[in-house]
Design a protein around this ligand. Structure first.
Ligand SMILES: [Zn+2]
Length: 224
């Protein structure tokens, strides 16, 4: 069991979209933020992909900051492109097709993958077996510092520290593949939803919320 974390900042006055199609912080004020993902109940990447209009995207950036910490503005077209890429990766990671899942992992991982495997081996190793522990420790030392992750022990849980929100969301895509979660679209509003293990949703959920389930039922009743 591991979690993901990034240390970031956001503008407490919020983010707004200018007439020049650039999202900007409303002021120079910054608050430090710690973004954490321990399971797939509400991953940042899903909120990002589902921020399908300017108001929702401004809200996402106001709450979580820009994708790269230190940025105080970003053109809307850049963010839209990143949303398309992330949605594409999520669809693949959350498919049931091993080849597509592998592609999603390969795209979001290079060295990170080998490093994570070694660390996960260490986590699963028998704590009373010094030889096993030493073997995984050696592997981690051989691999050197991970490109975007560092592990730390916190409240009994190991967190991977990600460089920024973009790296955190890519790591969440790998978590979707790792936990065998399924990505699909709400039958009413078409928002992306994750179902299955670690998502808090049953595998056969077809709607993102009770509101959408009720709305879809009403629409069906009205049609008959
Ligand atoms: Zn919905």
């Amino acid at each position: 069991m591991y979690g993901l974390r990034t240390e970031s900042e956001h503008c407490p006055d919020g983010v707004t979209l200018g007439a020049d199609s650039i999202f900007r912080s409303r002021s120079a004020k910054r608050h430090k933020l710690r973004l954490e993902t321990a399971d797939l109940r509400a991953p940042y990447v899903l909120a990002f992909v589902n921020a399908t209009d300017d108001r929702k995207l401004a809200e996402f950036l106001s709450r979580n900051g820009f994708l790269d910490s230190g940025l105080s503005e970003c053109p809307a077209t850049d963010l839209h492109r990143q949303q398309i890429v992330m949605a594409h990766l999520l669809e693949r990671a959350g498919s049931n097709d091993p080849q597509q899942i592998a592609e999603a992992i390969n795209t979001t991982t290079k060295l990170e993958g080998a490093w994570m495997r070694a660390l996960k081996g260490l986590l699963k190793a028998d704590p009373d077996d010094p030889e096993q522990l030493a073997e995984y420790h050696m592997k981690i030392v051989e691999l050197g510092a991970p490109p975007t992750f560092t592990a730390m022990d916190d409240r009994g849980m190991v967190f991977f520290l990600c460089d920024n929100l973009a790296a955190l969301m890519r790591a969440e895509v790998r978590l979707v593949a790792d936990r065998g979660a399924t990505f699909s679209r709400c039958g009413h509003c078409h928002d992306g939803i994750l179902t299955g293990a670690a998502t808090g949703r049953r595998g056969h959920s077809r709607y993102c919320s009770n509101r959408c389930r009720t709305a879809a039922l009403r629409a069906r009743q009205a049609a008959t």
